[in-house]
Design a protein around this ligand. Structure first.
Ligand code: GLU
Length: 326
């Protein structure tokens, strides 16, 4: 009898402890973080997935659970990170520069108080045209139906820069469509546009889709870039390897210009969370690089280049620990 009472008392005690501790432990420990990416046929979306996968594996250690959101792209991501709708965003290096300096899309809003974490894969300004449209260079786009990209995308301004360097006014000299890159491949195959631009890492689902249909498609080199590279500090020459698109009507790699994808946040996001993500990505970089061919060129030192915003303190802590920063 006595034994039964003791056991019952112990069980009650255990139940009270569990009930009292469990919820508070979960509440205190699991924090949610959302990463803003791009269209699902781009490279930002799988990149957000790769980062999330890494951090979610260590959920018990860090208490962070990441989710990924498909978004309109870089400009949307900057604005959503600043408003607190997103915790992290993938953003073109050139848009990061313009946001931090309050230029271009942020001319009216002024400088944005972004925080940089690291840079990721290179992105090439990619011009895809139907072979039957007779487009051999950017100059042949005059009078054509061309998708320049949706508002909110990072690429839209790259296209405007490239067109104006070639003396083309996108509002007057061509029929500019402004739809998402994820819809452009279908429009090209349906004959509703002649060409589209996409600033993206390679290989990307969107370009594969565009080259896989019945309408023959060619990736057009953008080589007249001296003025562009002179005028803007963040543009650099880039090459699109044709091996990724065997069905494109090209024989050799395609020269163009490009930027880098970068990972950003705001100063509101806690240091421990940023530290955890930075540490996981850098300590498992070899594994991370296997997740997408666009990451092949990544090195720890290179991932600290192409950033214009101040580094987040959580990232600084990790970089100092491993000697990447003094
Ligand atoms: N660079 C594109 C943008 O910012 C997105 C590319 C991607 O999703 O891979 O709009």
């Amino acid at each position: 009898m006595k034994k039964t009472i003791i056991i019952a008392a112990l069980m009650c005690f255990a139940a009270v402890i569990t009930a009292g501790l469990l919820p508070s432990r979960l509440d205190a420990k699991t924090r949610f973080a959302t990463i803003g990416t791009g269209g699902i046929t781009g490279v930002y979306y799988p990149t957000g997935g790769a980062i999330s996968k890494m951090i979610n594996k260590k959920r018990k250690v860090y208490g962070v659970r990441c989710t990924v959101e498909s978004t309109a792209g870089s400009v949307f991501n900057v604005n959503a990170v600043m408003s607190g709708d997103l915790d992290f965003g993938i953003v073109q290096s050139d848009r990061q520069y313009q946001a931090v300096n309050g230029k271009a899309e942020w001319k009216d809003a002024g400088p944005q108080d972004l925080r940089a974490i690291f840079s990721i894969h290179p992105e090439a300004v990619t011009l895809v045209a139907a072979q039957d449209a007779g487009i051999k260079s950017i100059n042949d786009l005059r009078g054509k139906r061309v998708n320049i990209g949706n508002p909110g995308s990072g690429q839209r301004q790259n296209v405007i820069d490239a067109l104006s360097a070639a003396g083309i006014d996108y509002e007057k000299d061509l029929h500019a469509e402004q739809v998402k890159a994820s819809e452009a491949a279908g429009l090209l195959q349906d004959g509703r546009i002649d060409a589209f631009f996409y600033t993206v890492g390679h290989p990307s689902g969107a370009i594969k889709e565009a080259t896989a249909g019945n309408r023959k498609v060619r990736i057009i080199p953008i080589t007249d870039t001296a003025t562009l590279l002179d005028r803007y500090p963040y543009y650099a020459p880039a090459v699109i390897p044709i091996k990724f698109y065997p069905r494109a009507d090209n024989k050799t790699d395609i020269a163009t210009f490009g930027v880098k994808a970068t990972f950003v946040t705001s100063s509101r996001v806690p240091d421990e969370m940023v530290y955890a993500i930075t540490k996981e990505v850098f300590e498992n970089l070899d594994q991370f690089k296997k997740l997408h061919p666009a990451y092949e060129v990544l090195t720890p030192e290179g991932m600290l280049q192409g950033l214009s915003a101040p580094l987040h303190p959580g990232a600084i802590k990790y970089y100092k620990e491993v000697g990447l920063l003094k």
